[in-house]
Design a protein around this ligand. Sequence first.
Ligand code: NAD
Length: 292
Amino acid sequence: MAERITGHTELIGLMAYPIRHSSSPAMQNEAFAEVGADYAYLAFEVGADEIEDAVKAIRTLKMRGSNVSMPNKTLVGQYLDELDPAAELCGAVNTIVNDNGHLKGYITDGIGFMAAMKDNDIDPIGKKMTIVGAGGAATAIEIQAALDGVAEISIFNIKDKFYEVGEETVKKINENTKCKAKMFDLADTEALRAEMADSYLFVNATGAGMKPLEDVSVVPDKSFFRPELIVVDVPYGTLLTKMRKMAKEVGCKTMNGLGMMLFQGAAGFKLWTGKEMPIEHMKEVLGISYDD
Ligand code: NAD
């Protein structure tokens, strides 16, 4: 008899469209099995016009919770009972926890990024970070870094539709945290050089480095790097990006996006089960190395 799933097993969902490509179900179910947590995690194709009903289903089916991805991250908050402060500031939710009918929304991307830094002995607290990006991943990182105590954040972005989002994030950080944030145009390469020069940490939180932008680097050339700068990519599709290749040539410590991916899942795992995700086991099973 198969015993892993019984009448007591609680359901956790992943609601997004498209979603069949996701590695989260394999990751979460492996971790549940490893620690003996009685949950099952399944992906559901749920689009923007269905997310309200899907949240009702969480309540009706008494699911333990759900992850939420595009296009629902910015839509789902209005149907929940409470938002965690980071989710409120980001205007986005990727994790829902159902405590006896009370649905609370969290954003774990930024928590995952900061936890991955810690796991790789990178400590930006009280220091300066320069980051490129103003989309979903970047905003979550910027808000969480500011809440956690990063002293200064310089945000760069190209002048596309996300630039205004970056300006809004800067305002929220300056009004709600002790961190000092500034916004710059990525085309201003002299500003980029100057901000990187006294930063402890440099982060690429754009799609650059991943298909279809796998040949794009947000940093023009390797003269922008110095060996003491720590250089982190958020994309994880093309492991060694053009940008990190340049940084490595200069002697920088670099890190790919797999740590953030793992730890954002670990944060949800903890919220639902109350247990720590077995990180070393997961790294081994998923073949995760931070410096590929
Ligand atoms: P998004 O669409 O919300 O934002 C895209 C960002 O890329 C914006 O800042 C945009 O201005 C920028 N951009 C687009 N084209 C660019 C170009 N040619 N040059 C420079 N910047 C450009 O996307 P997102 O959800 O924030 O995802 C961004 C990246 O982060 C993706 O590669 C995604 O796969 C990755 N990601 C990783 C994790 C993780 O756990 N490691 C989590 C979420 C997203």
